[in-house]
Design a protein around this ligand. Sequence first.
Ligand SMILES: [Fe+2]
Length: 396
Amino acid sequence: MLDSLSSSNVRPLRAMRGEGDRIALDFDGGKVAWLSTRWLRLACECEICGDTASGKRWLTPGDVPMGIRPASIDASPYAVTVTWEDGHVSRYEARFLANHAGGGQGAARFQPELWSRDLGARLGRFAFDAVVEDDEMLFHSLRSLRDHGIAMLTGVPAETEATARVAGRYGPIRETSYGKVFDLISRPDARVAGETARAQIPHTDEPFRYSPPGFIFFHAIKTGAGTGGTSLMVDGFHVAELMRADTPSLFDLLTRHGVTFHREHAGEVFFSTEAHVISLDAAGQVTGIRYNDRCLAPQTASEDEIDGLIEALAELTRLICDPQNQFQHQLQPGEVLVFDNQRVMHGRSAFDPTLAVRHLRSCNIDRDGVHSAFRTLARRFAPEEAETVLYQGAIF
Ligand SMILES: [Fe+2]
């Protein structure tokens, strides 16, 4: 779902004229749009000015003075040549100018598809062989991750090499303090909660890090089907929107009041991060979630705000625990759940460790690496989707 002026809507350009610090574009049909003259000069990507995408760029904002003006403009329906007062010549495509006119409403912002317990019917499922061998199938799975923040891979062999091979298709695997590809096996001397047999409220992993893990891969090696251990997945964007609609003042607190998450193993690590539980972008759209009830530090807030902040966290926790908001799935050996850890929360029901050994293998990939893979393949398989602005995660 794109909310942009799609390029197919762009009418041919009839004329273009400078009016002081602005440039007017007259399109067929009578529409007039405006650009900043200074912006236009800075948008030049000729050989002398250089190319911003590759970073081989030589013109800087400091090189373009406030009073810069065109000496002449030569507009044709689909291209424009501007000669500046210092003699520099810039060429632009009319479509490019149309997409940026009026402050750039042309930049399409992606609207994620929210889900609740009904995800099952829409969840993208992709076979290991197809994703490993076929770029177009890989692209479809990346699109699924963009839309829902989650996808499933099936038929993944139990070997560590297979986990790394399929995950590596989505971006470089991030080295963590547990290694690159690590095992989560239930055991009595558990060091982290994931190794116990207890239930876990859906959460995002490692919210105590400035930059929490991006996409997480959960590869089921052994699961105790029928003995609990059901995966509970929650769309954090969906519960955030429920809060925005039903308890707007609590939603607002979680977008502007810092919340501290921490993790300490004495003498080894001490992570602590103060950040917003719900991140918004400049347009007020939810772009990321960071929340794990087990990592909440004693919070710091004024006397006026502390009880409200705790109520906001309590309301969020209630929504996360509501089965109406949970997609529940019993993972089977060979399945891999891939999910965006800055959008989708994961948890599980308790299981009986005397009946089942639960063995998941996991690894992390940076979010921007996955989105980069999506955009790169979109250039080949769905060019109109490549430049859409994607939700950027738990950014602060
Ligand atoms: Fe976790």
